[in-house]
Design a protein around this ligand. Sequence first.
Ligand code: SF4
Length: 474
Amino acid sequence: MNALSPEALRRGWCPSALKPMETGDGWLVRLHPPRAVLTPAQLIRIAGLARKYGNGLVEISARANLQLRGVSLATHPELVATLLAERLVEEHDGDGPQRLTLVAPLPPPADCGGEGRGGRQRQGRQAETGVEPSSARPSIPNPSPPQAGGRGQGGALIDAPSLADAIERAGRLIPGLPAKALVIIDDGGPLSLDGFACDLRVVAVDRETVAIGLPDERWLGPVATARALERVAELLSAFAAHRRRDPDTIRRLRDLPPTLLDEMIGATGLTPTTPPAARPAPRRAGRFVTAHGHAALIGLPFGRSDAGTLHRLGEAALRAGASTLRLSPWRGLAFSGLQPAAAGPLLAVAAELGLIVDPDDPRLSIEACAGKPACLRANSNAMADAAALAEAAAPLLAAGASIHVSACVKSCAHTGASGLTLVGREGGYDVIVAGTTRDKPIATLDLPAILARLRPGQELFTRLSGRGTMGPGQ
Ligand code: SF4
């Protein structure tokens, strides 16, 4: 395999296996496993590849993709050849998105058209969530609506992975989609994806219909689930057509002027509808009971782990009889197909490994970018500082606060607003309350000063608790 062209190594690309991104600790190689699903044996294999061809660090992005760090010019060709030969990735040609869709890490109900083992016989069983292996399927049919009559197992209303798969295939045929385009398919189940920004949001309203959300918070529909693919493809095609005419201005759907957006909607014949009903915040880690067995959702602290830890986790998952794992946008792994007695031991091993198994773990409420030394732009060691913040701000985080630690203004880990955003500067952080990295800081402080102000009764604690103010310069 030839060395990569300078263009392929340009910063700012959405990296992939074929187009790595240059960083402070070597090349970052982003993997897109087929349908974001792996087996435990494949996880162990990828951990081995991370150690052999990179520096052993493995990350899960907020779009549920894997990243290997520390790959080099010398090791990249053999790594890619291995990934492709073993079908650990499904990279495709072109500048469009390698992964256009995002779904909850829990597969569809067993009665949703053939994804699950046991399929429709399990329809009546009660469960909290629906996890089911799908990577073993040789091909994915177009999404088919579930049988009528209430929620599917696990609370999911539609077969989101199959709809996502169909949208992925349609998206590859649409020229001009930006690499970062994202369509969220929310199955209406307990793991709401409301917290993730996107271009289009498809949310199940009931078992036969979905609503389609736009970035300006308008909702369209209701659309029959069986027609959702067609409607989404129409919207994406219209967006891509506008973007091809003005690629420098229109990078995401939100960049379309309102008149063009109205025109685009008008062409589809879609009409306004009310937003889907609000749902409780998702449980982002822990044990789930499904109609197909138990599942364990395990988070990587700040989205990062190492090859040795993942190897041991994969071995524990094999011992537990896990059939598959799905990559989670909460930067974790959802192991499924577990016997009831096996989920506890698997979670116990994960906890021993320092991974997140408790939905109340404060680390789940902090986003941190790669930071120093992994990123060339970094002004701080964001992940190490995030660990200190998680400890200091645990009561605030337990009460619902959120923290974003970004080692520079670029905001790779999180694009939206957070309760507290810290932007790295040499020797400290710009402190932003209720904003993004681009909002005006109220202060610039070093980490010890920030930690001190997060103690109960101190300014930042009060501010993040929703009480009091902290003036500029403090
Ligand atoms: S936000 Fe973090 S990871 Fe992204 S460029 Fe800045 S320092 Fe690097």
